[in-house]
Design a protein around this ligand. Sequence first.
Ligand SMILES: [Zn+2]
Length: 488
Amino acid sequence: MLEKCPRHALFQPRIQFWAKNRSKWRSPNGAICIKYFIQSPLIKKSILALTPDFPYFSSMKKIPLILILAFGPLFSFAQQKLNKDEQKLIELIDKNYQETVALLEEVININSGSLNKEGVREVGRVFEREFHKIGFQTEWVEVPAEVNRAGHFVATRKGNKGKKLFLIGHIDTVFEKDMPFTPFTWLNDSTATGQGANDMKGGDVLVFASLKALHELGMLDDRTVTVYFMGDEESSGDNELSRRDFIERSKSHDIALGYETAQGFNTVTVARRGSSGWTLKTSGRQSHSSGVFREGVGYGAIYEAARILTEFQEELAGEQYLTFNPGQIIGGSDISYDKITGKGEALGKTNIVAREAYVTGDLRFLGEEQKERTRAKMQEIVDRNLNQTDAEITFRDGIPSMSPREENYELAAILNQVSLDMGLGEVKPGDPGSRGAADIAYVADILPGLDGLGASGRGAHAPGETINMKQFPDLIKRNTILLYRLTR
Ligand SMILES: [Zn+2]
């Protein structure tokens, strides 16, 4: 069992039987740090007594040798399950770690709200600079003018060995320039905050750190890796136009990996729900309220909208992976609605049977079949009009879902093995219902894939979003070993 020494950030075997009352050697989770243990006068003395002319205590640098001699059998290092290349990668991630954190800080400190085109482009330039250093070709993919977004960052290298990887991130955040700015800030030794820290500049930097280590050890030679960092994931100007290049490029790869927020060490995303939108318009006969329900007056637009929403809920709610939510309703004798700002107005009186109502909502689903079946059922409900009313529903496609393909579970099993070999515990496929829509879904029918391989943290999309900096280095290491194994 390996634990991390909080003082040294090193993995240490757990030898609790000696450590029971030696609080200064112990981390809060009960493991002890060998370095502290050896330095303690009692242990030092007894080892010296056993090996009187053993010279190694003169220098702490020589400690590793005596550790191996004295405690060899205790070193059931899980890392022994990693091969030599993999162990070198782990060491290199540690060696490069300060630079990794500096890069994270640099990109977080550039505001890149989806609508801040210059900011998104600027983050792209930072990654251009860095990916050039590790042998990638980079390119900025412009999107058509009507999309009104910055475009996307792409870094590639091509080769003939191993699986061809398509790695997905996004460099925009939900935090626009006019919102209060939060720079990268350490909150304590294991948590930092900053705009987009875990959603998902942490994930972007994690991908880079992995590829850098692999490159520095020559392990990316003759391999195909495309890194695609979207510039408008959080607010896409036009899903179809903006994702065309992304979908096209994915086709020459074997596996897609998404670096959206990780849910700790033990869960990986093999499926995500898709999202789409709908709008419902109802109309009624405007009349005096005293006649409502009468044959010639009918129910009015608001009762009709209420009936439809109630029947949606009664007849469709509760199905696994399916949700639909009316987010806004406007009704009265005269209404207006602005699609761009999302603002609506209604004029009405208590004594008028409503003439129009308007509802906007979303629909989340797993698989096209569920989406289409639900839409058909909603349409059927809409068509059962109350007396003297009419209703019309329109559906809009949003982000498709990532279906749980068999190959995704196979990839999850590979990650699980990596994690076990590193002593980081078992990884299980997460509940598809727990994850929202994400860009990997656009290519989920083309490539097998996994998502949720990025940084962990809390409060994505809210001010004060945090990144778990304690888990960050291990998530980088685990991802690096995963990429290494997939490209052998
Ligand atoms: Zn995200």
